[in-house]
Structures are given as C-alpha cells and as structure tokens.
Design a protein around this ligand. Structure first.
Ligand code: 5GP
Length: 180
C-alpha cells in the first residue's frame, strides 16, 4: 500500500482533532436527546466508529448500504439502496454520517428518502467536503475538513475496495489508476 501513496493530505492527528470537534458539536446540539446515527456503508464505518466514542449520549448506530462508484473515480449520479435501515426512524433525531460529500447527489437522495419516513429531525455529518464539485446544493450541518478536487483514500475511503485501512487521508500515485 505504502508505495501507491503520492502524498498524505490529512494526518491522523488532524483527523482525530476534527472528529473530536464534530463529536463535541453533536453532543452539545443533541443534549437531552437520543440521536440515531446512520452510517453509510462502507466508507463511513471508520469515521462513525471513532465519532460515536466522542458522543457521550445515549444513541443508536445503524447502517445503510448504497451503490458506490465501484472501482471508478467518478459518480454516476445513480444511487441504489442495497441495505436499508434495521428500524423505524419515525420521531427520531436522525444524523446521516458520510465519509465525504462530493457532488452532493448521494446525500441529497438519502435526505429525500429518509425525510418521508417522518424523523423528528434530520441532519448530515461528513468528515470531508468537496464543495468545488457540488452538482446539487445540499445542506450539511456538520462538516469536518474541506478538501481540494482530488480523489482521496484512507480512513475508510477506498479505491477499488483497497486503502480503507490507511490511518491518514491520502492521494494515490497516478500510476495506480493508469495501471487499471
Ligand atoms: P457524491 O454523491 O456526493 O458525489 O459522492 C458521495 C460518495 O462518493 C462518497 O460517499 C464516496 O463513497 C464517494 N467519493 C466521492 N469522492 C471521493 C473521493 O475523493 N474518494 C473516495 N474514495 N470516494 C469518494
């Protein structure tokens, strides 16, 4: 894996500081409530598992799997539900937890899908944000770090299912893609 990395964009320390901040913001905003955190598989798993340990409130963790880019680096804009939530979110304070918001299509779709199920509130938390690539405007209440228009991997984010276990957010060498 190491030899595929061009450079580290965000260090493990900066990620940890960011997760601390997001956890504190959510803890403050949801005090006295019991948030229902929805991690989007598989990219958000690493982030969600660190995030929940910074929220000392009673909470529920659930997951949703949606179609990903596969081994490609660009969004098709088509989102398909592969695995739905395990419980009814009617009346719950739901927080969608994403690894990265890029075009905004995925979060936009998920918000519409979950809104009709009658949650008491619906918010979104993302570790990374690529504002420069937005195709649809989408409100994201909790944003970790703004990243440039580059394809990133690590800390849950993959390329062809690899690199999710890197501790940092990294940019891969161009050769990794051209060797496809
Ligand atoms: P959107 O629908 O906002 O374009 O894309 C959201 C999803 O695309 C993310 O959850 C993630 O799976 C994938 N994605 C977008 N940008 C990147 C990136 O730079 N690296 C990786 N690994 N996945 C990305």
């Amino acid at each position: 894996m190491e030899r595929d990395i061009d450079r580290v964009l965000i260090s493990a320390e900066e990620i940890a500081r960011t997760v601390d901040r997001l956890g504190a913001e959510i803890t403050r905003d949801y005090a006295g409530r019991e948030p229902y955190l929805v991690g989007i598989l598989r990219g958000a798993v690493v982030f969600l598992s660190d995030l929940v340990r910074r929220i000392p409130l009673p909470l529920t963790m659930d997951f949703m799997a949606i179609s990903s880019y596969g081994a490609s680096r660009r969004s098709s804009g088509i989102v398909k539900i592969i695995q739905d939530l395990s419980a009814n979110i009617n009346g719950r304070d739901v927080i969608i937890v994403e690894d990265i918001v890029d075009t905004g299509l995925t979060v936009n779709y998920l918000k519409e899908l979950l809104e009709v199920r009658g949650p008491r509130s619906l918010a979104t938390c993302t570790l990374l944000n690529k504002l420069s690539r937005r195709k649809v405007p989408v409100k994201v209440e909790y944003i970790g770090i703004e990243v440039p228009d580059e394809f990133v991997v690590g800390y849950g984010l993959d390329y062809g299912e690899r690199y999710r276990n890197l501790k940092e957010i990294c940019v891969l060498k161009e050769a990794v893609y051209t060797d496809e």
